[in-house]
Structure formats: C-alpha cells, structure tokens
Design a protein around this ligand. Structure first.
Ligand SMILES: NC(=O)c1ccc[n+]([C@@H]2O[C@H](COP(=O)([O-])OP(=O)(O)OC[C@H]3O[C@@H](n4cnc5c(N)ncnc54)[C@H](OP(=O)(O)O)[C@@H]3O)[C@@H](O)[C@H]2O)c1
Length: 407
C-alpha cells in the first residue's frame, strides 16, 4: 500500500498511496470520509470543501442526532450522512473509523480530546487529519511511535494556526531559496474572528505554552533565547485591510521543526490577536495564568467568546501572515498571505489535506505536522485556486518592520 517517493520533492518523504483501497467496503466506489465534530464550525467547512472539490461521501458525526444542513442536502444529499457518535465511546469510535478511508477530527476542545481519536485511528489503521491537537498531542503521538510505529499517516495541527502557518513559510523557502543558504526566518501572524467556545478554550489553554512556559523567545541555532517583554514587540506592516499591527514574540513548535529541517540559524515568530477586546482578554488570561486550571480556562474561554463576538460587531474577521527570509549572501525574500474567512479557510486546509491523502499524495506512515505531510507547491496552488487566500510577494524593505529588539 505504501510506495517510496522517488521524485525528490521532499527528501525522504514517502507517498501514502493506500487511500482508495484501505478499509473500503466493497459496495462503495467513492471514498468515505468520517468527520468527527462534523456539525461544528470547522467540521462543516471541511465538509463544504469536500463536497465542492471531491467525489467523497461524508459521514458527519455529532453526539446528538442532527439534521444535515439544507444547503448540503440540496447539492449533495446522496453523499452525506449523519451519525450519532460520542468519541468517549472508544469501541464505537474505532468501528466508525475502521469503515472509512480518512478520518477528519474537528472535535474540540483539543485539550480535552487528547490522543483518543489519534490512537483509535492508529489502532484500526485509518489515516487521520486533525484540525487541532497542538503540542501535547504531538508529544504524546511521537512518544507512542517509539513503542508502536503507526501503519498510516496521522497528520495533526491542520488549520490556519497551526497548519498553514508552517506550510506558507515552508513553501516560500522551497519556492524562492534557489540554493541560497537561509540565515534568518521571521514569521508574523495576526488574526481576529468571533471564536467558538471550543476554539477559545484551546486558545486560552495554549497561552501557558502547554506546561513549558518559555516566555518571550526566539530560536538561535535551535536554542531557545528568552528576551524581555520590551524587546519582544514588533510592529509589522500587512497588506490591506490589516495594515500595521503590533505583535509579540511567541514560541511555535512547527517553526522550530521547520528551522531544524532547513538548518536556519535564527527563527523568530511573532503573533497577535487583533480584535481589541479579544487581545485584552488574552493578555489578562496570560497575566492571571488562567491556563493553569480547568476553571480558569473555562472562564477565559467564555470571556474570549464574548469579547471576540463584540469585536466582530464593528470589525470583519481577517487573518494575515507575513514571512521574511534572509539569506547568508545578504539577499532577502518576503511574502504576505491574507484571508477574510478564517473558518472557511481552516475547513479548506483540512479538506485539501484529506484530498491529498485520498489521492495518494500524502506522506508515508507516521506522525506529521501539515508542512511535513504535503507537497507544499501543489497544496498552495490548490488553495489559491479556491480564491480564499491572497498571496503577495514583496520587495524587501527592512524599514517596514520596526523591530523593538535587535539580535
Ligand atoms: N488549527 C487551526 O487553525 C484551528 C482553527 C479553528 C479551530 N481549530 C480547532 O478545531 C476544533 C473545533 O473548533 P470549532 O470552532 O469548530 O468548534 P465547535 O464549532 O464547537 O465544534 C466542535 C465540535 O466538537 C464536537 N464534540 C465535542 N465533544 C465531542 C465528543 N465527546 N464526541 C463527539 N463530538 C464531540 C461537538 O459536536 P456536538 O456538540 O454536535 O456533539 C462540536 O460540534 C477546536 O479544537 C479548535 O482548537 C483549529
């Protein structure tokens, strides 16, 4: 079922070519995809992508019986089916996972789901694409791989942040570097939307660095270098409608892995929530360490839901990413990506990843983050075709980024 990738696109990457035959009941000709959390914001958007861009039939799961939305019935009633499933019921979860070619996990909050879904997929041998998971799931799965290697790809953190946030710089490096030695990578993320409770729960939970509070830091030769709060801020110019935004240094595991993969000397990641009320809640939750207890996370998540919804009364959702590359020879490359519908784009990223696996273009068995799992160029082209993202390459202008620190 697995063949070795010989086209050299991505080093030792092995293609997963078992999608269409694995676990396929004989009477089905089209692949079947199970969407856990299929009636949630992200789940419905992933379903939308798969309905519009593939022939796959979908099983949308929820804990209580739900009606398939009218727009879905209209365009794809014969391809969509609803199913009641609680992921706490492990044997029902395994049975459902075993009956499909790919499982999409859009269940939240990730911090409560833990490795339940990923382990079920691993046990029954069905590839997984997970909207979240974050560092704790990555750690847990990589540890489990040492004891029992997976027979299928388990692709986690597949969304905008993390997800596209690692793939976009990876794509830019592959597309632009042309043999030059990369010395420095600066990545900046900003976004705002009205977050669901489950997404907000994961945002508050992440503020504590998942138990490894590294403070404000960047990476120098793969070593974490901490800086003061004053040194950690940076104003960055994004394309309209975002404009200039204040960001702070953060630690991002996917960029750490990217820096290791490309042998980058200095890697800095800056992030900010740019809804004014949501920013305030995140700052409060960080200073008051809400992330340390279940009660604190719940309170922070409820505040964030309320604050981000109020932000969106006057502002539109938006997400932006800016990547600056500096090579050893002094030359630079910069690009920015912006999008307006964060949930739709998250669903499209998850759907495109599922499509790669179904079409045999995924990685071999193992645990991957998005940028490690797909062929970046093909993926970005597919995403651009949907007209959900706008990518602009820029001439380098060092004065555009006003750094509050010097390295
Ligand atoms: N990487 C990224 O950029 C990114 C972006 C957005 C979201 N996310 C992640 O995606 C996840 C979903 O976010 P969302 O905004 O779509 O949340 P949401 O709208 O609340 O959807 C979550 C779904 O999870 C389902 N669920 C919860 N517990 C369950 C259980 N025990 N068994 C089965 N289903 C269960 C719920 O289904 P029912 O209530 O219908 O049973 C709900 O529809 C979150 O973990 C979030 O962190 C990632």
């Amino acid at each position: 079922m697995l063949s070795h990738d010989t086209d050299g696109v991505c080093g030792d990457r092995r293609m997963y070519s078992g999608g269409l035959s694995m676990n396929m009941p004989h009477h089905h000709h089209e692949p079947r995809v199970l969407i856990l959390g299929g009636f949630g914001r992200v789940g419905l958007e992933a379903a939308r992508y798969l309905i519009e861009e593939t022939d796959a039939s979908l099983v949308l799961c929820s804990r209580a019986a739900r009606e398939i939305p009218a727009w879905m019935k209209k365009s794809a009633a014969h391809r969509v089916q609803a199913r009641v499933l609680d992921i706490e019921n492990i044997s029902a979860l395994e049975t459902a996972c075993a009956q499909v070619q790919v499982v999409l996990s859009c269940v939240g909050p990730s911090g409560q789901v833990g490795d339940r879904v990923a382990r079920a997929c691993k046990r029954v041998g069905t590839p997984l694409v997970d909207a979240g998971g974050y560092d704790p799931l990555l750690r847990s799965l990589e540890q489990a791989e040492k004891d029992t290697p997976s027979g299928v790809p388990l692709v986690i953190n597949v969304g905008l942040l993390p997800g596209l946030s690692g793939l976009f710089p990876h794509w830019l490096i592959q597309d632009r570097c042309a043999g030059r030695k990369l010395e420095q990578l600066d990545v900046h993320y900003v976004g705002r939307d009205a977050w669901t409770y489950n997404s907000a729960w994961d945002i508050i939970h992440s503020l504590g660095g998942f138990g490894e509070d590294r403070g404000f830091c960047y990476l120098q030769n793969m070593r974490v270098v901490r800086v003061s709060m004053r040194q950690a801020s940076r104003k960055v110019l994004f394309p309209a409608p975002i404009g200039r935004a204040s960001t702070m240094l953060i630690y991002a595991e996917e960029i750490a892995r990217l820096a290791r993969q490309h042998g980058i000397g200095i890697a800095r990641v800056y992030g900010a929530n740019i809804g004014p009320r949501a920013t305030l809640v995140c700052m409060l939750a960080k200073v008051l360490r809400f992330y340390r207890s279940a009660r604190g996370i719940d309170r922070g998540a409820r505040w964030l839901v309320e604050a981000s919804a109020r932000d969106m009364r006057k502002l539109a959702p938006v997400y932006g990413m800016r990547v600056d590359l500096r090579y050893q020879d002094g030359t630079t490359d910069s690009a920015a990506l912006t999008l307006a519908d964060t949930y739709r784009a998250t669903g499209a990223v998850i759907g495109t990843t599922a499509r790669c696996l179904l079409e045999g273009e995924g990685p071999g068995p193992g645990v991957f983050m998005l940028h490690e799992a797909v062929v970046a160029d093909r993926f970005m082209r597919q995403l651009e075709k949907l007209a959900l993202v706008c990518i602009q390459h820029e001439e380098s202008e060092p004065s555009r980024a006003t750094a509050g620190m010097s390295v």
